[in-house]
Ligand binder design. Structure first.
Ligand SMILES: CC(C)(COP(=O)(O)OP(=O)(O)OC[C@H]1O[C@@H](n2cnc3c(N)ncnc32)[C@H](O)[C@@H]1OP(=O)(O)O)[C@@H](O)C(=O)NCCC(=O)NCCS
Length: 196
């Protein structure tokens, strides 16, 4: 008897989303999304406005839109390498051990915040947002690109997505979000994990 079959695999694609630049019209929706996913007050209107206005070509935001609703967002920025600690709390002293000497005088990229609405996760929206952010950072001449990826419990929410996109883990900073939330006065969602 033949082992050949004429089975078919059925594939489906989730509704089409479009990734567009974060304009002023999306400000409120992005604030709500980031507030829900990353912590109340983590991102302020003033902070987000800098990404919307593209602040001197150094900051940029993108949103994933489905039927007029923002279902995901990412913000990213270009930073002179030696300023990374002031901007992100990533210690420059540690970071420079991982950077070739010739990159120390340059500019690096930072994916600042990325979030997808809970109901729309695991459909490739995070990846689409990341591709837009990395594309823009690449055009801006930022290399390499860093992410301080949140590890709320035993798992890292974004690490799978990041590693699949070519990122590799460098080191862990303990209580990063605790210190950041104290410094900036926001309510970090990692509270529920007893971290903040
Ligand atoms: C991290 C986050 C932005 C990822 O967004 P997302 O839209 O779910 O990302 P993607 O769908 O592109 O990829 C996520 C995972 O889904 C998988 N996936 C993508 N499309 C899929 C599909 N159609 N079916 C099943 N799985 C799929 C990816 O392979 C990836 O798997 P992995 O994490 O196990 O490697 C989202 O989980 C989030 O907002 N989390 C809360 C906020 C947060 O922690 N942000 C990061 C701070 S650093």
């Amino acid at each position: 008897m033949s082992t050949k079959t004429d089975n078919v695999g059925i594939l489906a694609k989730t509704p089409a989303i479009s990734v567009v630049e974060m304009g002023e019209a999306y400000l409120d929706q992005v604030l709500t999304l980031f507030g829900e996913c990353l912590g109340r007050g983590y991102v302020t209107p003033a902070h987000l406005n800098e990404f919307i206005r593209a602040s001197g070509g150094r900051k940029k935001g993108f949103v994933a839109v489905l039927a007029g609703e923002v279902v995901g967002a990412v913000t990213c920025l270009v930073v002179p390498t030696e300023e990374i600690e002031a901007v992100s709390l990533i210690p420059f002293d540690i970071l420079k051990k991982f950077l070739p000497q010739d990159l120390l005088a340059g500019k690096v990229g930072l994916v600042k915040s990325i979030a997808v609405h809970e109901s729309y996760r695991k459909q490739g929206i995070g990846r689409a947002l990341l591709i837009s952010a990395l594309g823009w950072l690449g055009e801006a001449g930022a290399a390499p690109v860093f992410v301080a990826a949140w590890v709320p419990g035993k798992t890292c929410n974004a690490c799978g997505l990041l590693e699949a996109s070519g990122f590799r883990r460098l080191f862990v900073i303990r209580e990063f979000w605790y210190r950041d939330s104290v410094k900036k006065g926001y309510s970090c969602p990692a509270n529920s994990y007893g971290i903040c």
